[in-house]
Design a protein around this ligand. Structure first.
Ligand code: UGY
Ligand code: MN
Length: 250
């Protein structure tokens, strides 16, 4: 079935909306029985990569070239890191600092969001920290939701620790039907965003897009952004941002 060239996907200088009809799958070195959809990469101007990894039964990831964050969308992954074995089901996630030896294998078919970013050390503060980032393994369901700016209809769960050792954040944001960001945001941080549930309208730059579960969005630094949830069920997305680092790298 073709669509005569029509798609909701859109690439502009400061954002990408990538809808599932335009996804192209690729193998990557070191991985077995896993196909990757590379949603965003430095080739587009981003300073991180975000992919969806689609595992066949017993698929395995290759080594990470940088810090790695993974979030299980469906199925189960067995993660071995630091001599510990963890089974991550849907909503399970893990952060592996740069250089961490680890293995990730699917138990049956599975899908996971994969975010990788070269680590930026904290430098230049009056009292530089000495702690290195640590492995994190968790499940979204056990993280307390925090209302965004006091709005109970828009809840944020922070999956990464927020200490000076960590240079990015990954959150889920859940909007009740009709909930919306209270302002158009314009900020230095860039975003990778995967719609997990429901849908709504995303304003990106000067464009307005209907979006739904399965869509991916990249927002460049300073891309004007706003979201309002539509429909009869909550909308939820997983969102990455670079965090806690001076823009001059000092
Ligand atoms: O964390 C954020 O910047 C988030 N509020 N942005 C967004 O949802 N587009
Ligand atoms: Mn934002």
């Amino acid at each position: 079935m073709h669509h005569l060239g029509a798609t909701r996907s859109s690439l502009k200088a400061d954002h990408l909306l990538q809808t599932p009809d335009t996804f192209i799958r690729t193998p990557l070195p070191g991985a077995e029985s896993v196909e990757f959809i590379v949603h965003v990469a430095p080739q587009l101007g981003a300073r991180f990569t975000q992919m969806t990894a689609e595992f066949a039964a017993s698929g395995t990831l290759g080594p990470a070239p940088a810090q790695r964050f993974l979030y299980v969308i469906e199925g189960e992954l067995e993660l071995t890191a630091s001599g510990h074995k963890h089974v991550l089901a849907a909503g399970g996630f893990a952060y592996l600092p740069q250089g961490t030896q680890h293995a990730a294998r699917s138990l049956g078919k599975a899908r996971a969001a994969l975010i990788e970013k070269p680590y930026t050390a904290e430098v230049g503060s009056a009292e530089p920290h000495t702690a290195a980032p640590q492995i994190v393994v968790g499940n979204e369901a056990s993280i307390a939701p925090v209302p965004l700016m006091g709005d109970e209809s828009l809840r944020v769960r922070s999956l990464m620790p927020d200490g000076p050792a960590y240079d990015f954040a990954v959150n889920t944001m859940t909007y009740d039907p009709g909930a919306a960001l209270s302002m158009v945001e314009i900020h230095v941080m860039e975003h990778g965003l995967l719609m997990l549930e429901g849908g709504g309208i995303y304003k990106l730059g000067e464009s307005w897009y209907p979006v739904e579960a399965g869509d991916f969005i990249w927002m460049a630094p300073y891309c004007p952004q706003w979201f309002g949830a539509l429909g009869k069920r909550p909308a939820k997305y997983l969102i990455y941002k670079d965090w806690r680092r001076h823009p001059l790298g000092a």
